[in-house]
Design a protein around this ligand. Structure first.
Ligand code: ADP
Length: 169
């Protein structure tokens, strides 16, 4: 009986970790860093209950940014977008938690800040689509690709936050 209980507990623990283990790539773009929005943006993810898994301030190369935005290469704003992203340091992060990709996008707001609701990051801090302060992966698959592009495996931390059992039932 004790063994059965133990394996039930183990299973529950695994389920809890699967339920909460989606990862998303979030970046504070050069305008967000320059405007002192690193703290407020991190706070929103922390307060929602997401777990910070990786973070660094980086100045990526043009090639790196072209790779990051390769799907947009034929857009008229692509060149300006790459120049914008090269204009200063970027705060690159990985956040983890249940439906982190979808909820991350909700926290960010719409691509065009003018269409973003107040209470979202872009809805509170931005006006121009070409200065929209932050980036967030748009799907689980692209999140994997982006995390892989921006971080080495050993830069991703694995830990159980002290508040975990107070956030997940
Ligand atoms: P998102 O960043 O919300 O996933 P996209 O992948 O469509 O949006 O675009 C990438 C980034 O390119 C946007 O966040 C924004 O900075 C910039 N961008 C998108 N559309 C335009 C536009 N019409 N004019 C200028 N910049 C744009």
């Amino acid at each position: 009986l004790r063994q059965a209980n133990q394996s039930k507990l183990e299973k529950e623990k695994e389920e809890a970790s699967n339920m909460s283990s989606e990862q998303t790539f979030i970046a504070i773009k050069p305008d967000g860093v320059q405007r002192g929005l690193v703290g407020p943006i991190i706070t929103r993810f922390e307060q929602r209950g997401y777990k910070l898994v990786a973070m660094k301030l980086v100045s990526p190369s043009k090639e790196h940014l072209e790779k990051h935005y390769e799907d947009l290469a034929d857009k008229p704003f692509y060149k300006g977008l790459v120049t914008y992203m090269l204009s200063g340091p970027i705060c690159a992060m990985v956040w983890e938690g249940r439906e982190a990709v979808k909820t991350g996008r909700t926290l960010l707001g719409a691509t065009n800040p003018m269409a973003s609701a107040p209470g979202t990051i872009r809805g509170d801090y931005a006006i121009d689509v070409g200065r929209n302060v932050c980036h967030g992966s748009d799907a689980v698959e692209s999140a994997k690709k982006e995390i892989d592009l921006w971080f080495k495996k050993e830069e991703l931390m694995s830990y159980k936050p002290a508040n975990f059992d107070w956030i997940y039932e």
